[in-house]
Design a protein around this ligand. Structure first.
Ligand code: PGA
Length: 249
């Protein structure tokens, strides 16, 4: 059966000492064994965070990886380098990567393949912008993203794939999708996976909601049949809020 997952995406926040403080605060709290808690700090914090998390159940993720294996790509960080820090997961295709760094579904597809090859689990993001929702194109947009990102991805690969639905208009805006909007899209995504990979894989894939998820709305969102947790931005920078969200199942 699929897992409940709460992942904190720190984005470009937290110096190494600030990140250590946040992790130490999170480590003081306890959460249910049924929930997988993941933190995704910036690259420079991965090793220090990995050491701090050594004896805990909390998992470590990177926020991105290169679309190339290795070599002369100044400034890039490869999937195998991430793996060597002790991280188990990588977030790929976040809307901020698409919007500010021109990542296409094709680039994200290459990254997914390299990350899986390096032995990482991937948290793959999708979601529509406001104008697409307002013109009723959100289902088409998301299904096109899934098709492009998962091109050539096998059923076995899917064991290491988590999907995050993040309506772009809800990210960092304080405006959350309603519980019904989230459930409707999550169900649609699961049906998409079902038609491509079959019922068993679809039922075993965790689909997370992201976009202004906070302690006050997490319960209602996570209560939906097809919402298996959250990808949390702003609220993951405050230990108490992050933990409260993780206790919302
Ligand atoms: P937010 O970000 O929780 O700050 O809206 C979510 C995300 O971008 O993953």
């Amino acid at each position: 059966m699929r897992k409940n997952i709460v992942a904190g995406n720190w984005k470009m926040n937290m110096t190494i000492p600030e990140g250590e403080n946040l992790i130490n605060e999170i480590l003081k709290e306890s959460i249910s064994n049924q929930t997988i808690l993941i933190v995704a700090p910036p690259y420079p914090n991965l090793v220090t965070t990995s050491l701090l998390l050594k004896n805990s159940k909390i998992k470590l993720a990177a926020q991105n990886c290169a679309d190339k294996d290795k070599g002369a790509f100044t400034g890039e960080v490869s999937a195998s380098m991430i793996k060597s820090t002790g991280a188990e997961y990588v977030i790929l295709g976040h809307s901020e990567r698409r919007a500010y760094y021109n990542e296409t579904d094709q680039i994200i597809n290459s990254k997914i393949k390299l990350a899986l090859k390096a032995g990482l689990k991937t948290i793959v993001c999708c979601g529509e912008v406001l104008s697409e929702r307002e013109s009723n194109k959100h289902f088409d947009v998301v299904s096109k993203q899934l098709k492009g990102m998962f091109d050539g991805i096998t059923p076995t690969d899917f064991e290491n794939i988590i999907i995050a639905y993040e309506p772009v208009w809800a990210i960092g805006t304080g405006k959350t999708a309603t519980s019904d909007q989230a459930q409707e899209m999550h169900k649609f995504i699961r049906e998409n996976i079902k038609s491509a990979y079959g019922n068993e894989i679809a039922e075993n894939t965790s689909i997370l909601y992201g976009g202004s998820c906070k302690p006050s709305n997490a319960k209602e969102l996570f209560n939906n049949a097809d919402v298996d947790g959250g990808l949390i931005g702003g609220a993951s920078l405050v230990a108490k809020e992050f933990i409260e969200i993780a206790k919302s199942f």
